[in-house]
Design a protein around this ligand. Sequence first.
Ligand SMILES: C[S@@+](CC[C@H](N)C(=O)[O-])C[C@H]1O[C@@H](n2cnc3c(N)ncnc32)[C@H](O)[C@@H]1O
Length: 205
Amino acid sequence: MQRTRFPAEGSARLERSSRYQEIQPEQLIRWATVPKGAVVLDVGCGSGFFTRAAAVIAGETGRVIGLDVNWEMLRQAARLTRERQVLWVQSEDHSFPLATNSVDAVVLGFVLHEVQEPRPFLSEVRRVLRDGGKLLVVEWAKREEDRGPAVQERISEKELRRLLAEQGFATGSVRAVGQSYYAAIAEKIAIRCCGFVSPAPRMQR
Ligand SMILES: C[S@@+](CC[C@H](N)C(=O)[O-])C[C@H]1O[C@@H](n2cnc3c(N)ncnc32)[C@H](O)[C@@H]1O
C-alpha cells in the first residue's frame, strides 16, 4: 500500500489551537515520564507540535532534536520555535544522522502511519535510543472518520504492539487521546530476541 506523506503546505492544520486542546502534547510527554534534562528526539516533527512541548518538559538543561524528511517542514518549525534547546535536523526514510544510544526518549507523533517500511524505520529508532529509553507513539485510532488518513493507512493498537515487539520494544500503557487518537508508551529492551540455550546434546557412544 502506498502511504501518503503530510505536505508542508498543510502545516497550518497541524498548528490549529483546537488540535493543541484535543491532543495536549505537553501532557502526553509528561505521561511518558520524560525527565528534565533529557535528550528527546521527535521523529517526523513536522511544524514542531510535539518538539516544542518536549522542550518545555526537558527544560533548558535538556536538548530536543526535531527530525523530518521534509526540509520545508523543518524551516517552518524553526520559524515557529523560540526554545533555544531545540535543534532541527533533516533525515532520510530509515536513516537518522545521530549516534547510537544517544537519546533518552523518542516521540513518534502521527508519523508511523506515513512510513512506507515501518520495520527498518523502527529499527533506526531503536538504534539511536539508549537501553531503557522511552518511546511515545501517538496515532489515529483505526476506524473510518471524515477526517485524517484513510482507515487502511491507520495502525491498530494490536498492530503497533506487534511491530514494536518485533523491533525490541516492550509496550506499556496505551490510552485514548481525544475523540480520534491513541497514545502508547514503549521501552527499548536491551535484548532484541529472547530465547534460551538448550543443554548441549549428549555425545552418542
Ligand atoms: C502528519 S505529520 C505530523 C507532524 C507532527 N509530528 C505533528 O504531530 O504535528 C507527519 C510528518 O512526518 C514526516 N515524515 C514522514 N515520513 C518520515 C520519515 N520516514 N522520517 C522522518 N519524518 C517523516 C512528514 O514529513 C511530516 O512532517
